[in-house]
Design a protein around this ligand. Structure first.
Ligand code: RIB
Length: 282
């Protein structure tokens, strides 16, 4: 490992079109939004932004369109200190996500993949990264390529996607939420972290629960991106040489703190903030 570890994040970059509503609409229902915003998002970009906020040297490997949305996403990531030389410009439009957030901070998300479907890692220097973190809003071929070339590979199976067993074998850790957990072969995965929102997270070794972690109690404003902050923090802690159980505690706290402001990248906790909360918990 280099003196300063480097994290590579492989994944999506979206513009999030977010509406805040009293309650999420039922099928067939039309409701009024209380507020609307256009914000940077996408699981890959969110995870890269969260890792950079935690002080990690972070590169994003993604694709955006040659449009205003793509320029907006790249500019935002550069401002956060994320290296974006691995973000290619596609002939497709930048990905978008239509998001509704209710009063309790819960959300629904529909994505229009666009340029994310053109992510191609063949000419990207993944080998220069100590750890590679990927999610599944990009082509399966890109996920497979990342799993083959990464020195250490962490996969967030979000959204759920059918993947060949070689990908799971290559993973140091798989991260899924409790719904996505139904789509992965738990017994075949060495380390699987299942996130359960405000209930925390569980660590399973080949399907057997070996550790459970409860997050600090916070007043959640917006849960969009909390899972991404969790994944980023887990990868950051492991890249710094931390143990998996400690990484889980660090990630659970970072995920909770990421709910304290609006937007998927709005409340990116720093390393110091996470450490302060962790020492409060002791
Ligand atoms: O995880 C939250 C993210 O999912 C949003 O930012 C949205 O763009 C979708 O990718």
């Amino acid at each position: 490992m280099a003196a300063t570890p480097r994290l590579g994040v492989v994944g999506s970059a979206n513009v999030d079109l977010v509406v805040w509503v009293a309650t999420l609409p039922e099928p067939g229902e039309t409701i009024r939004a209380r507020r609307y915003e256009r914000l940077p998002g996408g699981k890959g970009a969110n995870q890269a932004a969260a890792a950079a906020a935690l002080g990690m040297d972070t590169s994003l490997f993604a694709a955006v369109g040659g449009d205003d949305d793509g320029a907006f996403l790249r500019d935002t990531l550069n401002t956060y200190g994320v290296t974006t030389t691995g973000v290619t410009v596609s002939s497709r439009a930048t990905g978008r996500a239509l998001i509704a957030v209710d009063e309790a901070g819960e959300n629904t998300i529909v994505i229009i993949a666009g340029a994310n479907e053109t992510v191609d890692l063949r000419n990207q220097p993944l080998e220069e990264c100590d750890v590679v973190l990927a999610q599944c809003e990009i082509p399966v071929a890109a996920v497979i390529e990342a799993s083959r070339r990464a020195k250490r590979f962490i996969l967030n199976v979000a959204p759920a996607l059918e993947l060949p067993s070689e990908v799971f074998r290559a993973c140091e850790v798989v991260i899924v939420n409790h719904i996505e957990a139904r789509s992965v072969p738990l017994e075949d995965i060495e380390n699987c972290v299942i996130t359960e929102g405000a209930q925390g997270a569980r660590l399973l070794r080949r399907g057997e629960e070996i550790f459970r972690c409860v997050p600090p109690e916070v007043h959640a404003v917006d849960t969009v991106g909390a899972g991404d902050a969790f994944c980023a923090a887990l990868a950051v802690h492991l890249a710094r040489g931390g143990a998996l159980v400690d990484a889980l505690q660090y990630a659970t706290t970072a995920g909770a703190l990421a709910t304290l402001d609006v937007g998927a990248q709005g409340a990116r906790p720093t390393h110091q903030e996470v450490q302060q909360w962790l020492s409060r918990e002791l």
